[in-house]
Design a protein around this ligand. Structure first.
Ligand code: GAL
Length: 368
């Protein structure tokens, strides 16, 4: 009888401690932060607005998934740095001051943000690097396989050049921002396909991924190489591909060379339909963003088994080794794969892509 009374008392205590959030009920006991319930706040820091993916897909998908996982009690505090590393470090500090429970960080400058990551860590707030591998003591990383992105771009570019591809074919490379570690991986992946097959006649890194910077660099490349001597342009993303095309048109090029891209932005998909841009890379934003939301919520709630299952890959950053990670696959988007990628995943409808201007080109590839 006495034994029963003691065990009831103990279990009541356990329950009430768990209810106060004092006890790590489902964690492994080694975790510093107490287990939380559904009333949680995820801080989301995204890097820029020029690329539409962040406001249009990443943020809303993460917000909806957090709501779904927390019976609509959890919220997402969102800030976009508009390509400014200084603004992002202020936004990160604001999240620390507001005592959010976990931070998803897509860095403008992966190196410069390391101090802020350390401050968050010191304040007991886990940081998960989102899409770009931030330096500093991050808890985990979720992204696409970024080396594969570059490989897919390089391979598809070679395909476009066809069997007659020659080592004297001049290719211009428009790489991404030097402060974004993904840009380096895209470049390495692409070069692993292109080196020894074509002549990289000019190569640029692009400040802040700005389309207008790519446009100016392309004008310079055209002046150097000659407008009729450019066999293809490797552009690391769609925004810059837009700038490249503007520069080529301004120089009077009517028969555009194959141009690559990334992100499957709506205007780029339309350019692919129209034959102005050869390809883009389709990255499933739901796959990345929903996994990020799950990682954030399971981290806060101390659901270590689920968290580990979500982060089976391992990566190294310049400051940390063996970071638990999840790398999502990507695929090429060309005229022939629009249906199986963006349309199949419900990113765009055929109606959104095939506006009046693109009706005929859409019909020619069976899109309606
Ligand atoms: C990369 C990201 C791409 C694209 C690019 C420009 O880091 O992986 O999807 O958004 O930045 O913003």
């Amino acid at each position: 009888m006495r034994r029963i009374a003691i065990s009831v008392a103990l279990s009541t205590m356990t329950l009430s401690l768990a209810g106060c959030g004092v006890l790590n009920a489902t964690g492994d006991g080694a975790s510093a932060s107490p287990t939380k319930g559904d009333d949680i706040t995820v801080g989301l820091l995204l890097p820029e607005k020029a690329n539409t993916r962040y406001d249009k897909f990443d943020y809303p998908i993460i917000k909806n998934k957090v709501a779904e996982l927390t019976k609509k009690q959890g919220k997402v505090e969102y800030a976009n740095a508009d390509a400014s590393a200084t603004r992002q470090s202020e936004q990160l500090q604001n999240m620390i001051d507001a005592k959010v429970d976990v931070i998803l960080l897509d860095a403008v400058d992966a190196h410069a943000v390391a101090d802020g990551v350390k401050k968050a860590k010191d304040a007991g707030i886990p940081v998960i690097a989102y899409d770009r591998l931030a330096e500093g003591p991050i808890d985990a990383y979720i992204s696409f396989d970024n080396e594969l992105v570059g490989e897919v771009q390089g391979r598809t570019l070679l395909e476009a050049l066809g069997s007659g591809v020659d080592t004297s074919d001049k290719v211009v490379m428009m790489n991404g921002s030097p402060t974004d570690p993904n840009a380096k991986q895209f470049k390495e992946g692409a070069l692993s396909e292109l080196n020894g097959k074509v002549d990289i006649a000019a190569s640029y890194d692009t400040t802040k991924w700005k389309p207008e910077v790519a446009e100016a660099n392309m004008a310079e490349a055209i002046a150097k190489i000659g407008k009729n001597n450019i066999a293809a342009v490797y552009s690391a993303n769609d925004g810059m591909a837009g700038g490249v095309i503007k520069a080529l048109k301004a120089a009077g090029v009517t028969d555009l060379p194959p141009i690559t891209g990334q992100d499957a932005e709506l205007d780029a998909v339309q350019r692919v339909v129209a034959g102005e841009q050869y390809m883009s890379v389709y990255k499933s934003y739901p796959d990345e963003a929903e996994a990020a939301a799950q990682m954030a919520v399971t981290k806060i709630q101390g659901k270590d088994i689920q968290f580990d299952a979500l982060t089976q890959d391992r990566v190294d950053s310049p400051t940390a080794k063996d970071i638990p990670a999840r790398l999502v696959q990507v695929s090429a988007l060309t005229k022939h794969s629009i249906k199986d990628t963006v349309i199949a995943d419900g990113i765009y409808t055929a109606g959104e892509i095939c506006t009046a201007k693109y009706k005929a080109a859409c019909a020619a590839i069976g899109l309606k």
